[in-house]
Design a protein. Sequence first.
Length: 199
Amino acid sequence: MTVYDNGNDLEQHLPAFLTQAYEPGYEVIVVDESSTDDTDDVLKLMKQQYPHLYTTFLPKPDIHITRKRLAFTIGVKASKNEWIIFSDINSFPQDDNWLQTIGSNIGNGSDIMLARYKKNKLQMSLFEDLEAVSNYIVKGERQRADGHKGTHMRKLRGKYDFIVVKADKAHELLKLFDQPVGFGRLLSLRMSILFRNLF
C-alpha cells in the first residue's frame, strides 16, 4: 500500500494487515509518499513490533511523474513473494483470516483477482489474465491523483478493495493505472463491465 499523511489511519488499521493468521508467512510493504504528518513515526514504532512490516518512502519527484504509480512500483520491487495484494489503509481486513481466504482462492489458472467487502463478506472475482481484467482496472484507477482515501477510493477504483496479482504480472498491471479515459471510452468500459457481470 501507499500512504500520504495517513498517520491516524495507520495506527487504527495497519494492525489488521499485520496480525493475519497465515502459515506460509507474508510481508506488508508500505510506501510513504513523503508524508508531512506523523506517518513516519507511526511506521517506525510498528516496525519494532512487527518484523514482517517493510517500509520505504518516495522522495518528492518531478511534478510530471505519476506519484501513485511510482510508489506502487517501488513496493512491487521490494516484494519477495509470488503474489502481491494492492490495498489501501482504509480498505482493511475485517478478520484475521482475510489473507488465508484470499490465499485459498488464488491460482488454478488465474493470474489476478479483484476482491471487495460487501455486507462484511469478502467477495472475490477471478480473472485469467490482465487482458480480462483491464477494463475494471482502467475504469477504477482513472484520475486517482489524490490517492486512496476511504469512500473516495471506492468511487474511483470501482467495486473492489483489493487487487491480487502474480508478482511477475504486477508491473504490467501498473501500466493500466492513471490512463486518460474520455467520456466515450468510459461509457464503453461501463458497458463491458455490466455485460460481464450479467453473464
